[in-house]
Design a protein around this ligand. Structure first.
Ligand code: GDP
Ligand code: MN
Length: 397
């Protein structure tokens, strides 16, 4: 589950990680009230207005603006809320902004080269250990740093049996070129950040930038936080942080009916039982010259109701030009699935306007093929993988 910056910062703060403070606002009026409250609490005169969407690169897209007085807070918040924000990390259509974070200005006025660092915590899948990745080149696109100056990116791996050790935090502060008060602050920051990562069951923290203020404080100015969905049951207070406005609506709907669905850009809809077979089916579609429109694992029960739900989800995507159903009937019998496909098709009236190729293999595959072939519907049957691929290719041609 991805979080907004303000929610990520809330979690960091709860574990003692210093953050740039802010208050979320839904409209310009709330923004002004938030700014006043921040001034009272922090003494800040200037405020940063930050679009809250699930995408980075907001600064580049015009979603982060500095306001030097309350009138500017009101104007800028009014402009940013409701805008369609396009950043290097959104699709070409961009993302609608529903709310902004009003944050204290923590940069030294006129400082053109503030000390901004990059820091993330994530799992290194090769070693199976958490690691902290960090760089002196913060505030900019870390992918570009990785490409152009990879020697400026450091990593620190953490032994799970002992956790992050103080000497490792000191090494990080040292490699970032810090000394004195800032060095101490950074070691504290890193230790707290790692504790927050582990205790919140996150799968990604990306803090870009981490800022060294003019009075040597170290703080998180931005926060991209992803919580591991499988651990959400342990964090009832995070569950409400989900913002489905930021998620793909078809995926949300599929999720509600218990279908394992991921939306993709291609033109061939897939309906498959089992995640492994679904992956293999997507490869098959590519080989046949198509592009998968989705990943969809219908799970164990491919009955008429379930097949119909899957059809409806797949057909919400206008790019779908054909549907490939690929089911292995091991426990579930192929003839039952075939009957399910036929019944679902009939139930849906003329909602299905694209050709369907069904490949059923396993128990009673021959009976299933017979059922499909004699149904009189625009459904083609196949038994072999390649045969199915050829038929997909033929309908796309
Ligand atoms: P992103 O563009 O989505 O990564 O959003 P960030 O939260 O990283 O903000 C983008 C940029 O806005 C930062 O790299 C800073 O340069 C700038 N910024 C953020 N907070 C402040 C602030 O308090 N004062 C000033 N002057 N600039 C800020
Ligand atoms: Mn950032």
């Amino acid at each position: 589950m991805n979080l907004h910056e303000y929610q990520g910062k809330e979690i960091l703060n709860s574990f003692g990680v210093r953050i740039q403070r802010g208050i979320v606002a839904q409209n310009a009026k709330e923004a002004v009230a938030a700014a006043k409250q921040l001034t009272a609490e922090t003494g800040t005169g200037w405020h940063v207005i930050k679009a809250q969407v699930h995408a980075g690169g907001r600064g580049k897209g015009g979603g982060v603006k500095l306001a030097k007085n309350l009138q500017e807070v009101e104007e800028l918040a009014g402009q940013i809320i409701g805008m369609n924000l396009i950043t290097p990390q959104t699709s070409a259509e961009g993302k609608k902004v529903h709310q902004v974070l009003i944050a204290e200005d923590v940069y030294y006025p006129g400082d053109n080269e503030p000390d901004e660092y990059y820091m993330s915590v994530l799992l290194n899948r090769t070693s199976g250990r958490n690691m902290i990745m960090y760089s002196t080149e913060g505030g900019m696109d870390i992918e570009a740093v990785a490409e152009e100056t990879p020697h400026l990116i450091f990593t620190e791996e953490i032994d799970p049996s002992v956790g992050l050790l103080p000497f490792q935090a000191r090494r990080i502060a040292f490699n970032l070129g810090l000394s004195g008060g800032a060095f101490k602050e950074m070691t504290k920051f890193v230790m707290a950040l790692y504790t927050a990562y582990v205790k919140s069951d996150s799968s990604l923290f990306e803090i870009n930038p981490v800022l060294k203020t003019s009075d040597d404080k170290i703080m998180a100015v931005d926060a991209k936080v992803t919580i591991d969905d499988n651990a959400l049951y342990r964090h009832k207070n995070y569950v409400d942080m989900r913002d489905i406005r930021e998620e793909n609506p078809i995926e949300v709907e599929a999720n509600e009916v218990g279908l394992n669905y991921v939306d993709l850009d291609g033109n061939v809809g897939c309906m498959v039982n089992g995640a492994g077979l679904a992956m293999a089916t997507m490869d098959l579609i590519k080989q046949a010259g198509g592009e998968p429109a989705n990943f969809l694992d219908v799970g164990g029960t491919a009955d008429a109701k379930r097949v119909e739900e899957a059809f409806r989800i797949i057909l919400k995507d206008d790019n779908v030009k054909a549907i490939l159903i690929n089911i292995f009937g091991g426990i579930v019998r192929c003839d039952r699935v075939a009957q399910g496909v036929v019944d679902a098709y009939k139930n849906m009236g003329d909602a299905i306007k694209v050709p369907i190729i069904v490949r059923l293999q396993g128990t009673n595959a021959d009976i299933a093929k017979e059922l499909i072939d004699s149904s009189g519907l625009d459904v083609q049957s196949a038994v072999e993988f390649q045969e199915a691929a050829d038929k997909v290719q033929a309908v796309l041609a």
